[in-house]
Design a protein around this ligand. Structure first.
Ligand SMILES: NC(=O)c1ccc[n+]([C@@H]2O[C@H](COP(=O)([O-])OP(=O)(O)OC[C@H]3O[C@@H](n4cnc5c(N)ncnc54)[C@H](OP(=O)(O)O)[C@@H]3O)[C@@H](O)[C@H]2O)c1
Length: 242
């Protein structure tokens, strides 16, 4: 496919890395110049053009801009009928994308994560899921959402990644103070948690880790008594309130 990117920052660069080598022709807007120039130098199917040049070369256009800057940047450009537009912009629903990219079709809003560069990453998406799966599956998994409210709830809940990472990092630090190779300890914990959660639903895993008096049960109960679950719910509610 002919794929184009307007805005080539952190997340667009990760998406381009994930798509490179899969038979697409990819055109990037110049900005961010450091990213776009490096990607074009690394992958032969990637080239750089002006913003209008990206639109002219692409059947599917990805918007990797900050939402507040999009109107000004896209205002002077000519999209065309039959073109499909996919936005990464959190905070801009399909209706807004449709206004910004007319007469092109606002196909989808998708929220990727930096892991899409390597594949195996979840993608939250609203709109034309079939189009996104054609482009990103099976290397990644597209999670179809129903409407803007669901997208907002997912955006809040995915923020659990940072506190979870903090907990694993703190446990690794604790372990590192007690073993000869702290880096190995962190690798072990990351692999343990990633593979366990990948293999099993949360309730099943908690049940499997619920041996009476076992270390896992004791630590979870200690954390719950200290308010972990209540604080998490309060934090998520706070994100939802804005
Ligand atoms: N980062 C994430 O993990 C993530 C995940 C999902 C969704 N998103 C969403 O993706 C969007 C981009 O986020 P980001 O983290 O990738 O931000 P970012 O790195 O700041 O990317 C924004 C890009 O817009 C470019 N830009 C600014 N003015 C432009 C213009 N006139 N023409 C073309 N490009 C222009 C910037 O270029 P310069 O650097 O040259 O100014 C930069 O490359 C946001 O709406 C965010 O909500 C981000």
């Amino acid at each position: 496919m002919n794929l184009g990117f307007i805005g080539c920052g952190t997340i667009a660069s990760a998406v381009v890395r994930g798509l490179a080598g899969r038979g697409h022709r990819i055109t990037l807007s110049e900005r961010s110049r450091t990213h776009s120039a490096a990607l074009a130098a690394e992958f032969k199917e990637v080239s750089v053009a002006s913003n209008q040049g990206v639109l002219d070369a692409s059947d599917v256009v990805f918007l990797g801009l900050m939402a507040e800057a999009a109107e000004e940047i896209l205002g002077g450009l000519e999209f065309r009928e039959g073109q499909q537009v996919v936005s990464f912009m959190a905070g801009a629903g399909l209706g807004r994308i449709s206004d910004l990219a007319a007469p092109a079709r606002a196909a989808a809003v998708m929220i990727p994560f930096p892991g899409i560069a390597q594949g195996g990453s979840p993608v939250m998406a609203l709109g034309d899921i079939e189009l996104l799966e054609r482009i990103f599956a099976p290397q990644n998994t597209v999670f179809a959402l129903k409407d803007d409210a669901e997208l907002e709830a997912y955006l809040c809940a995915q923020a659990v990644l940072s506190p979870v990472t903090r907990m694993v990092g703190d446990a690794a630090q604790w372990l590192g103070d007690r073993v000869s190779d702290g880096a190995q300890g962190e690798d072990f914990l990351r692999m343990l948690i990633a593979t366990s959660l990948q293999a099993s639903g949360c309730s099943d895993l908690i049940e499997a880790l619920n041996t009476p008096g076992g270390f896992n049960q004791r630590l979870r109960l200690h954390m719950e008594t200290a308010g972990m679950s209540d604080e998490l719910a309060a934090g998520l509610d706070r994100l939802k309130q804005g």
